[in-house]
Each structure stands twice: as C-alpha cells, then as structure tokens.
Write a protein that binds this ligand. Sequence first.
Ligand code: ZN
Length: 130
Amino acid sequence: VNTTRIPALRTRLESDRTRLLIEVAELRDYAVKATTYLEDENDVYDNHPADDASSLVGRQTDMVLLENLERELADTESALGRMEAGSYGTCEVCGGPIAERRLEARPAASRCIDCQSAIESRQRRESALR
Ligand SMILES: [Zn+2]
C-alpha cells in the first residue's frame, strides 16, 4: 500500500467504526425489546394477530441487519488492527497486495479481489445447493 494513503484510510475506518458502534448498539437495544415482546406473544396474539405477523417479519429483518453491521464492525476493527501491525493492505488468504483502488472503495477489505470473488462464488454455489 502507498503509505501516504494510510492516514486518510485510517480516518475513514475510525469514523466507520464510530458509526457502526452506534448503529449496532441501537439495533441491539431494539432487538432486546423485540425479544421481550416475543415472550409476551401469547398474551398479545389474541388481540392483534395482524400486527403480530408483520412485526415478526420486522424482527427477522432487524436480526439480519444486526448480523451484517456486526460483521462490518469486526472487519473495520480488524483493518485498524492490521494498520497498527503494519500488515494493512495484504490479502489474508494469499498474502498478496490488495489493490489500492479496492482499499479506497472499501478500506476494511481484508482480501484481494481475486480471493474475495473466489469466496463469493463458492458461497453462491453453496447457497444455491441449499
Ligand atoms: Zn488474495
């Protein structure tokens, strides 16, 4: 990686981390309340069956969103860790350099584009088999 780009990328990662921490905390708080509500579902169900069905979909969406945000947060933190360790910009799979353009587009990237697309196409195949 061109080391002159590191400070700017670090700033972006740090502001991403702050934003993600807030979003995860808010969503987790919300998810906890939704789970509490789920436990009371038997009481509520008789009175509001339609409301309940639509909020179930809402809860599932929130859980997927929360998982995505947590993964993004973990990627961001590990990228900051790699910056500290001096291994930032090196693909964790093949050990090759990650293209600068890719890091500019996604500072938290931990794999080069070749390894990333290999993993994604494998995931697509696996989910197609399910
Ligand atoms: Zn690679």
